[in-house]
Design a protein around this ligand. Structure first.
Ligand code: MG
Length: 369
């Protein structure tokens, strides 16, 4: 692949509905879009999942821009890339900053797949032609509102319901959901809101027959999660704690989790995602793809990785209309009866809509080789 230029765009889009977790509420989303143009005339696209504040991880839109501008793009433009797997090697001297790395690497993967005339899903080794879709329900203003929303999502066809929990919004809300919907696939995501002092409290979650409890303890922990898992019947799923295949290996060896939520941005890209997938296959750890309120380009990458065989649980890759009035791709991501079809077109399989992207772009910068 001969890269001709790279365009960064800082874009801002309004969310259709505010989204609240144990760490805060988001009303709109600033993020960075990456377009890598090759001498062949094709473009590959990537999207960074970082937001304005460092509340999910330590990265932000500004740190992404700084890392890409000052370090990562100069490394990419230094010499030609033979294969997208080379990108993570090239980025190795730069520590951390996984969201920034993943956005650039994702654009290279898309470009590679387009140049090979292959769907990105196939280029990654994906085998599924459709993926199961779950929905993530943020913390609501009332229990009644929560139940009403869940009812609506079940009618739309979502295959599982995930609710965000935090101390004070947990047992009573799960009890109310189970009373109304005794048999639905249900899970809870704590986004690190508890500590080992809460073991007895967490044990009460076992009565609700949850598919899993996601990231109950600290974002940098795998040791205490092993202690908690030993005391819980409900499987623990790790999200924030897993940044690399090595993290996943250690968590699996320690017994810190029985399920892994993969986010491409959190682990630095699709090459590392494949490594984590293959490690989980070897260790019988089921996976699913998490969400970071992505717009269409990030969402398309999530669909592609979810087509790999070990993504056996419904992910958070809801359709475009769940988040946005107008998405920035054509066609938009659509769901039918709780399924999203994996596109057969080359690359991410959705065309970025340049006019819609222009409408939401605050500023951009072009880097030439
Ligand atoms: Mg999570």
């Amino acid at each position: 692949m001969e890269i001709k230029s790279i365009v960064l765009r800082h874009v801002k889009m309004d969310l259709l509905h505010p989204f609240t977790t144990s760490v805060g509420t988001e009303y709109d989303k600033d993020f960075i879009l990456v377009e890598v143009k090759s001498k062949s005339g094709l473009s590959g696209w990537g999207e960074s999942v970082s937001i304005i504040e460092p509340i999910y991880n330590e990265e932000t839109v500004k740190t992404n821009w700084h890392m890409m501008n000052d370090f990562l793009i100069p490394l990419l433009l230094k010499e030609p890339i033979q294969h997208p797997d080379d990108v993570s090697e090239r980025f190795k001297p730069i520590r951390g900053n996984y969201n920034a790395k993943a956005a650039l690497e994702g654009a290279i993967w898309d470009l590679y797949a387009r140049e090979m005339n292959l769907p990105l899903s196939k280029a990654l080794g994906g085998t599924k032609d459709k993926i199961e879709v779950g929905v993530s329900v943020g913390i609501q203003e009332s229990e009644a509102k929560m139940l009403q929303n869940i009812e609506g999502y079940l009618t739309e066809g979502y295959k599982r319901i995930k609710v965000k929990i935090k101390p004070g919004w947990d047992l009573h809300i799960l009890e109310a959901i189970r009373k109304e919907f005794p048999d639905i696939p249900l899970m809870a995501d704590a986004n690190c809101a508890y500590s080992l002092d809460d073991i007895e409290h967490m044990q009460q979650l076992d009565q609700f027959n949850l598919t899993m409890i996601e990231q109950p303890l600290a974002c940098d922990d795998i040791i205490d999660h092993a202690k908690l898992q030993a005391e819980l019947k409900t499987p623990i799923c790790l999200d924030e704690s897993i940044h690399t295949a090595e993290d996943a290996r250690k968590a699996i060896e320690l017994g810190s989790c029985k399920i892994i939520n993969l986010k491409i941005g959190r682990v630095g890209g699709l090459t590392e995602s494949k490594k984590i997938h293959d490690l989980c296959v070897k260790n019988n750890i089921p996976m699913w793809c998490g969400g970071m309120l992505e717009a269409g380009i990030g969402r398309a990458h999530n669909i592609a990785i979810t087509s790999l065989a070990n993504f056996t649980l419904p992910g958070d890759t809801a359709p475009s209309s769940h988040y946005w009035k107008h998405d920035i791709i054509s066609p938009e991501v659509e769901m039918k009866d709780g399924w999203i079809f994996v596109p057969n077109e080359p690359g991410i399989g959705f065309e970025p809509s340049l006019s819609k992207i222009d409408d939401v772009t605050l500023y951009s910068k072009t880097y030439r080789r």
